[in-house]
Design a binder for this molecule. Structure first.
Ligand code: F6R
Length: 594
């Protein structure tokens, strides 16, 4: 959570950091702050505001010449949303200024042990870091004071530190929370928690590994471990799709990302097609074939993609698979089979609950595959293998194209493990085409207006559409704040039907011929109790009175087509209510706290 950006170089640091924070705002947006070296008055200034980065921009409207700055956009974990709790935080004498992403679990213990007489200015777990660095700087060099502090910290952090005595250096450190160093031939050193903030300023970047400490200067960055030994960084190019990650003609990233889904599917086909054949790396496939059960571990929308993945692996490859909520799995390991194989599914590749799950299975020394949209992410690096879902940057907090991409890659993986009689390429191509047909003619705006006028709603489905009902419900509740439940259609009558009253919206998702009749019967049951019902289905299963009809696709990928109207329903419901679609309340794009 949170976003951090820093810059040291000959360009305007204030602009670079503010632009970067704006791009990272989707990661946290309850307050923002920045510290910069004002060369006119020869000192560092600190600015903080509650609310969005625009508030901070207003406070910084005066012209300030600066070549060094660090900034932060916050998603509160420790302490309320106040100006005092916003970053940067400053050490007691004012010498050290820092911004931090992550959570310091032992901040209270460190406080009692090292500085119990200090009057803290904030309720955060971050402020203590500044005081500790200052305390150790009385005995050690700055580098040593910082790494001595880092070694005491338990938890996660991406940190940028400024020492007023060396104003042309930014110190950076990383453990568990992502941090990248952007390098440029011409334009200084930029540092950010997400590569998006480096686009336009850096040609190359280094995603830091855990326990890294970096000294950033205008023309170089030096990389160390916590023993202050040099380490060799892995350098990546800033790719052109990152440069193109603005909204374009769309009003919201979410709508842009929904519309991109057909091209994402085509991109996946192209990525996994080698000489006309769909393939997955042999090593991954052969390791999976040697296992007796697959454990899929994920959170939220990625877990819903994992539920589809389980069906694909079982139906196409005949390998039993289980899906687990990462935050549960990490601390309550199920009874595992003798040769388990683990798949982590994560859009961001940084989710703390997944990292905790990875830690919980480390001792088993079994293969782990991460399926992610960020190939340089921590979880891609820490797993034995990774597969790229190729969705391109997803900026809206509500995940749409990443879900479809994750499920498509899981289908390809299941195919690679199967006897290969399933026409996977044709199935995915037809899916992409029929997505386009739907997107060109949809009228979900008016369906949202007609149906979503209550404080609550239901999505129901059976089998593979039960998995989809969970995802559709999550999407609607997270951006429109309508309380929504996804339900197995046949299970409603065992209790939950008590909630149905006059006008309750119930959306039925139907794409399986052999469950068409049963799902429609369940719909009749709620209809008889006053529900306002809406059917979303495929052409060959449709009735004249159905509300949303999509062109036929293979049953295994039907949820990836039917998800489109549900995503748009959520989008329009939020739009009609005037909510912030790309940045829904209380949420953040990358969840790096447990
Ligand atoms: C909902 C959403 C979340 C994420 C979840 C896991 O739209 O995006 O539910 O799916 O926080 O995040 P990742 O996929 O980054 O591990």
């Amino acid at each position: 959570m949170c976003g951090i950006v820093g810059y040291v170089g000959k360009n305007q640091a204030k602009e670079i950091v503010l632009n970067g924070l704006t791009k990272l705002e989707y990661r946290g947006y309850d307050s923002a702050g920045l510290s910069l070296f004002d060369s006119k008055v020869n000192r560092f200034e600190v600015f903080k505001e509650t609310g969005r980065v625009t508030e901070l921009k207003k406070a910084l409207e005066m012209t300030l010449e600066s070549s060094v700055a660090i900034g932060h956009t916050r998603w509160a974990t420790h302490g309320k949303v106040t100006r005092e709790n916003a970053h940067p935080h400053v050490s007691r004498s004012g010498r050290f200024i820092l911004v931090h992403n992550g959570v310091i679990e032992n901040s209270d213990v460190l406080y009692q042990q090292y500085i119990p007489d200090y009057d803290l200015k904030s309720e955060t777990d971050t402020e203590i870091i500044a005081h500790l660095i200052e305390t150790f700087s009385k005995q050690f060099t700055v580098d040593n004071a910082i790494v001595t502090t880092l070694k005491l910290l338990e938890g996660s952090y991406a940190l940028l530190v400024i020492d007023k005595e060396t104003p042309d250096i930014i110190y950076a450190a990383k453990h568990k929370s992502p941090l990248l160093i952007g390098l440029s031939e011409s334009g200084g050193t930029a540092i950010a928690s997400d590569v998006l903030a480096l686009a336009g300023y850096s040609d190359h970047y280094v995603p830091l590994t855990d326990h890294s400490f970096v000294v950033c200067e205008k023309d170089k960055a030096r990389f160390f471990n916590f023993e202050l030994e040099n380490i060799k960084p892995d350098i990546y190019e800033v790719s052109s799709d990152i440069l193109n990650s603005d909204k374009g003609l769309f009003d919201h990233y979410m709508l842009k990302e929904i519309e991109e889904q057909p091209s994402v599917i085509r991109q996946i086909i192209q990525t996994y097609e080698v000489n006309g054949v769909i393939e997955v790396d042999d090593v991954i496939v052969s390791d999976m074939k040697k296992s007796d059960r697959i454990y899929i571990i994920a959170a939220g929308t990625s877990m819903h993609a994992g539920m589809l993945g389980k069906r694909y692996l079982e139906r196409l490859a005949g390998i039993p698979a289980e899906v687990h909520i990462a935050s549960e799995f990490a601390y309550h390991l199920p009874l595992l089979s003798s040769k388990p194989y683990f798949i982590l599914i994560t859009q961001s590749g940084e989710t703390a609950d997944l990292r905790a799950s990875l830690k919980a299975i480390e001792h088993l020394k079994r293969p782990v595959l991460t399926i992610t949209n960020v190939k340089t992410s921590t979880l891609a690096r820490e797993a034995t293998y990774f597969l790229d879902v190729k969705a391109g940057p997803e900026i809206a907090v509500a995940s749409t194209k990443a879900y479809v991409a994750q499920a498509s890659v899981l289908l390809i993986l299941a195919y690679a493990l199967s006897n290969k009689s399933y026409p996977v390429k044709e199935v995915l191509s037809k899916l992409a085409n029929n997505m386009e047909v739907f997107l060109a003619n949809q009228s979900m705006d008016s369906i949202a207006k007609d149906f979503l006028d209550k404080r609550h709603a239901f999505f129901i489905g059976r089998g593979i559409n039960y998995d989809l009902a969970l995802e559709a419900a999550l999407k609607l509740k997270e951006i429109s704040y309508i309380q929504t439940e996804g339900f197995a259609a046949g299970e409603l009558k065992h209790g939950t039907i008590a909630l149905i009253e006059e006008g309750t919206p119930v959306f039925a998702l139907i794409s399986d011929a052999h469950m068409n009749h049963q799902t429609r019967s369940n719909l009749k049951e709620v209809d008889a109790r006053g529900a306002k019902t809406c059917v979303i289905t495929l052409r060959s299963l449709s009735k004249e009175t159905d509300d949303v009809i999509l062109e036929d696709v293979d049953p295994l990928v039907a949820p990836l087509l039917l998800v489109l109207p549900t995503q748009l329903l959520s989008y329009y419901a939020a739009l009609q209510r005037g909510f912030d679609i790309d940045k829904p309340r209380n949420l953040a794009k990358s969840v790096t706290v447990e």
